[in-house]
Design a binder for this molecule. Structure first.
Ligand code: FAD
Length: 307
């Protein structure tokens, strides 16, 4: 990361990590999150998906919540995903779902988490769609990859996952996952990681992301690219153009509330675009990661308050 942005990010993540402040904002600040969150319940979220689909933009729905404290809580989240998938099927929505493994109990009991995700994958299959296991902080990288591999081994081919280009290990992981036929979303990475395991510099993170994307495009293997960065989007477009890579082999993914005009323009120009649509009551951690990413995101939130 550039020095300025690294300091900003550390500052924001530690500020918002303060428990008192967290409680205060969670209680009183739902309006703050409105810029990045599609609503408190799945009905609102599915309405947003309908609007996106009309613009030619697919969606991936995320029911917010992470690091559950009990397996009962995880089971509650699983049930919400099952109902969400029924809603997707009913609405014939062009949407997948994204799930945080720690919301399914990964940190408490990996076996229970496996069973929860497997149920979601089965329901997703019935809805004709797929499940992406989001990648959380580095404590869960290996466990998440084990989870997705095990699901694939059992025939649940509609489960995908994410690699973060800031982790040194991702290059090796990407090659292995490519061989194993596990589809990926590639991102820069949103958590605070030590320099012993992750590139601290934003230029290196960008170059690594481009390298991982190229690895897929060169081999003609589908890849989803989760980034708002013009340099990433521009490079991918230019590369695909130059080497005649079919547009069905890649997809741009961006977050709800960010660069919505760019998402619509790309879709209009014939690129596959998927918008990551989070909803639910537990918006605080997601919201703080967005604020930590860019000072301009903080500005978007402030402007939203005065609308
Ligand atoms: P940044 O590095 O934030 O910005 C780079 C440049 O892009 C900026 O300088 C600016 O020129 C341009 N830019 C960026 N945002 C804007 C904007 N809003 N308006 C105008 N210009 C802008 N992280 C994880 O760790 N795990 C996950 O599972 C995960 N899933 C994700 C899914 C999706 C669909 C997306 C989009 C991101 C996901 N992330 C995830 C977050 C990701 O890791 C990054 O933290 C986040 O996307 C910020 O990186 P960036 O490439 O978008 O741009």
């Amino acid at each position: 990361m550039g020095r300025g942005s690294a300091v900003y990010r550390r500052l924001m993540l530690s500020l918002f990590g303060n428990r008192m402040l967290g409680r205060l904002i969670s209680r009183h600040g739902a309006r703050l999150a409105g810029r990045f969150v599609a609503g408190r319940d799945r009905t609102s979220a599915l309405l947003v998906v309908q609007r996106l689909n009309r613009l030619g933009i697919a969606a991936t729905l995320d029911h917010l919540g992470e690091s559950v404290r009990s397996l009962e809580e995880a089971a509650g989240f699983r049930e919400e995903y099952l109902r969400l998938l029924d809603g997707i099927k009913l609405q014939k929505a062009k949407a997948t779902v994204s799930v945080k493994p720690t919301q399914m109990g990964l940190a408490l009991d990996p076996e229970a988490c496996f069973r929860n995700v497997r149920q979601i994958a089965e329901r997703a299959k019935k809805a004709g769609t797929s499940v992406c296991l989001d990648m959380e902080d580095s404590r869960y990288t290996e466990l998440t990859l084990e989870l997705v591999r095990r699901l694939h081994d059992e025939g649940h081919r509609n489960v995908t996952t994410v690699l973060q280009s800031y982790l040194y290990r991702s290059e090796e992981d990407a090659s292995r996952l490519l061989e194993e036929g596990i589809p990926l979303r590639l991102v820069k990475g949103a958590y605070q990681e030590k320099k012993e395991i992750a590139y601290p510099n934003s230029e290196d993170i960008l170059l690594q992301l481009l390298k991982l994307i190229r690895l897929h495009l060169e081999q003609g293997v589908f890849v989803a690219i989760g980034s708002h960065d013009d340099r990433v989007i521009g490079e991918v477009r230019a590369y695909a153009e130059k080497f005649g890579i079919d547009r069905s082999l890649f997809e741009f993914q961006m977050l709800y509330g960010l660069r919505m005009n760019v998402q619509a323009e790309l879709a209009q120009s014939g690129y596959q675009v998927r918008c990551y649509v989070p909803y639910g009551r537990q918006w605080y951690p997601y919201f703080t990661r967005r604020l930590a990413e860019k000072p301009s995101n903080l500005w978007l939130v402030v402007r939203n308050l005065f609308r």
